[in-house]
Design a protein around this ligand. Structure first.
Ligand code: NAD
Length: 435
């Protein structure tokens, strides 16, 4: 197979698919799956070399109360139990009023890297002297200012790198309701020549930083210990609370645990980002950079309050927009925004933080009590059944049988598919015989 296809991107989408079918000798099933492109024309505009679309389950997480308002949260994710966990976490928090949020100004940072600066420390001083002029150049670009945003601050510092000292200038930009990458990139490219003149250096990178530590969303909630008690648990509510705090403490002390702890947070945030077509790679990069700012640690915190309640909180950079990017271009993302009923990026960021915390809280509760596999495998059973060859008629039954038997395994699924499939075939023959 030759992966070189000259002019591929110039071909219409249908022709691109034919070319791929041909090169990859695709099965009819695979071709049909790709050709059944939902919103294919829109998606063709969003990316390059598009041949189809891939549909994620679009779910709605329930039970959220955020800053006193009920919110339904659209989530697009392929992993079972993510949506159930978010709804469960929100239900726990709901009993004590839900989540309170606080979101910083939407400040993103753009970087200009300068090499070959003879006097780096003095160059930094010259940048500070001229910061008003640099800010003006940035704001002359005609992006953001008319929406109440724009470059707010200019900072500079010397960074020691494997290739020697470099001067790095930051533009701190208020991006209002945008995610802001394109807007910030336009600004840093515009100010680079001015900064080269001031420093005598050569600009190399002129690009947004995803370490968005100036754009942080916070959420918190309180859970009474009795809310954590389950009838068939071996632990009391207070014990589960203490086990959650101990589990969190491990994440605070051990990056091996912190990575998974934060993956749990991002399970929820990425699913909301996908549903609203926000850039989840930016969210991921920002979250992990923030988590690593003082040595890698957890994004959320669990403490015992004076009255014995579990105090749950999170602080995480949320670089998302309600305008720009793909958020308004894709019809399903627009529908997701309609479900959320949120206009300002700051409000959306608060929802992201609450969803991250709810997601994390539910998995912490399960981990500290019965473990996550019981619930996860119950929800995962249909995937196991399908993987084992169960068709649409059999999936539900095979999954239900495995759950009832408490034996959700590929091997058991294959046995059940064979067994139940045979019964169905016999039933079909009997039916046919009857007519
Ligand atoms: P954009 O350029 O599409 O939209 C921003 C524009 O929207 C602004 O320039 C402004 O003119 C306009 N606008 C209208 N109403 C506004 C309001 N109320 N507030 C703010 N702006 C308003 O998008 P963007 O947000 O600048 O960039 C986001 C896109 O950039 C995403 O698709 C992302 O994937 C991509 N991107 C990301 C990175 C990165 O994260 N490192 C790098 C490059 C590109």
């Amino acid at each position: 197979m030759d992966s070189r296809i000259p002019g591929f991107y110039d071909e219409p989408r249908e022709r691109r698919l034919e070319l791929i079918e041909d090169r990859c000798d695709l099965s009819d099933e695979a071709s049909d799956a790709i050709a059944a492109a939902a919103h294919g024309d829109t998606c063709d505009q969003l990316s390059e070399n598009v041949v189809g679309t891939i549909a994620f389950p679009l779910s709605v997480a329930t039970n959220f109360v955020i800053d006193g308002e009920d919110v339904l949260v659209p989530m697009a994710v392929e992993e079972s139990s993510v949506v159930a966990a978010a709804s469960h976490g929100a239900k726990l928090a709901r009993q004590t009023g839900g989540f309170s949020t606080a979101v910083s100004d939407p400040h993103m940072i753009g970087q200009v890297q300068l090499r070959d600066v003879a006097d780096p420390q003095a160059a930094v001083a010259r940048i500070y002297e001229q910061r008003a002029a640099i800010r003006e150049t940035a704001n002359d670009q005609g992006v953001l200012v008319s929406h109440g945003g724009g470059c707010r601050e200019v900072t500079a510092r010397v960074v020691d790198t494997p290739r020697g000292e470099m001067v790095v200038v930051h533009l701190v930009v208020d991006v209002r309701d945008a995610m802001g990458a394109n807007a910030v990139n336009t600004m840093v490219e515009a100010v680079a020549p001015q900064i080269e003149d001031l420093t005598g250096g050569e600009a190399v990178l002129r690009i947004l930083s995803n370490h968005a530590d100036r754009r942080v969303a916070r959420a918190r909630c309180t859970i009474q210990p009795e809310t954590l008690a389950r009838e068939d648990s071996e632990y009391t509510g207070a014990e589960v609370r203490n086990r959650i705090v101990d589990a969190w403490a491990l994440a605070a002390g051990d990056p091996y645990r912190a990575a998974t702890h934060n993956k749990g947070v991002l399970n929820g945030m990425d699913a909301l980002a996908t549903a609203t077509m926000n850039d989840w790679r930016a969210i991921e990069a920002g979250a992990h950079a923030y988590a690593a700012r003082d040595g890698y640690g957890p994004l959320s915190t669990y403490e015992v309050a004076e009255d014995g309640a579990l105090s749950c909180s999170i602080a995480v950079p949320v670089q998302v927009g309600t305008v720009g990017g793909a958020t308004r271009a894709h019809p399903t993302a627009r529908a997701a925004m309609e479900i959320l009923d949120v206009d300002a990026a700051g409000d959306l960021a608060g929802v992201f933080a609450a969803v991250g915390l709810a997601e994390n809280l539910a998995s912490m509760r399960a981990l500290a009590d019965e473990g996550i596999q019981a619930g996860h495998m119950r929800l995962h059973a249909k995937n196991v059944a399908r993987d084992a060859g169960a068709d649409d008629d059999l999936v539900e039954e095979v999954a239900a049988r495995m759950v009832a038997e408490d034996d959700v395994r590929a091997g058991r699924a294959r046995e059940l598919v064979a067994e139940l499939g045979e019964e169905t075939d016999r039933g079909g023959e009997a039916d046919r015989g009857g007519h």
